[in-house]
Write a new protein. Structure first.
Length: 203
């Protein structure tokens, strides 16, 4: 009986997280990721409004955003989930080559402080509080080395939001994979988003 139960759980899990109905999204000419059926690519009027708002935070880069399905039509505001893939550009050779992440402890501490100060600045502009910060470290996502950190923030009158960052250096480009969801929606979004980031790959 125990073996049958285990098999049923495995089959249910496989069915829930099957990627057969996930759409493969090519990211410019350097990578790809699969779009879960519960999410959509940010576009249309909703995207234009957010792009105008982000000018205040000096955001200027190539990026693609997945969000909970229905938001482009100004619905589905009762939950919050994001996959944000962003590319920033530098001069050739300014950044380490892909997979060559080799920082000393003092360098990691310096980079950690830089990102923490940046996030604190954004939180201040958003009238939000940084509630928890996990220090930056060297990590690996799908076989590629990167740096990683996460934090929790809360805007006044809003639920807390978890956010994590995987940052890849690529010679003259910096690629960032940012995963976000509301803490009180963790059971809904964490499994989906973990599966989504597991499909991220470089070409």
């Amino acid at each position: 009986m125990k073996n049958i139960f285990t098999l049923l759980m495995l089959l249910i899990s496989t069915s829930v997280f099957s990627q057969s109905n996930w759409e493969t999204i090519n990211i410019s000419n350097w990578g790809s990721i699969k779009l879960p059926p519960s999410m959509e690519i940010q576009k249309g009027t909703y995207k234009k409004l957010l792009d105008e708002a982000k000018k205040e935070f000096s955001v200027n880069s190539d990026r693609i955003i997945f969000q909970q399905k229905g938001l482009n039509d100004f619905g589905s505001f009762d939950t919050y989930a994001r996959v944000i893939i962003r590319t920033d550009y530098a001069n050739p050779g300014d950044l380490p080559k892909l997979n060559e992440v080799d920082f000393s402890k003092s360098e990691l501490n310096e980079i950690n402080l830089m990102y923490k100060q940046e996030i604190l600045s954004v939180c201040k502009k958003m009238n939000a509080t940084l509630k928890n910060w996990t220090d930056l470290k060297v990590a690996n996502l799908n076989g590629v080395n990167c740096i990683y950190f996460n934090y929790t923030r809360q805007m006044i009158g809003k639920p807390s939001t978890f956010s994590e960052f995987y940052i890849f250096y690529n010679y003259d480009k910096q690629h960032t994979v940012n995963i976000e969801y509301r803490i009180n929606d963790k059971s809904k979004w964490e499994p989906v988003l973990n599966k989504c980031k597991s499909t991220f790959s470089f070409k």
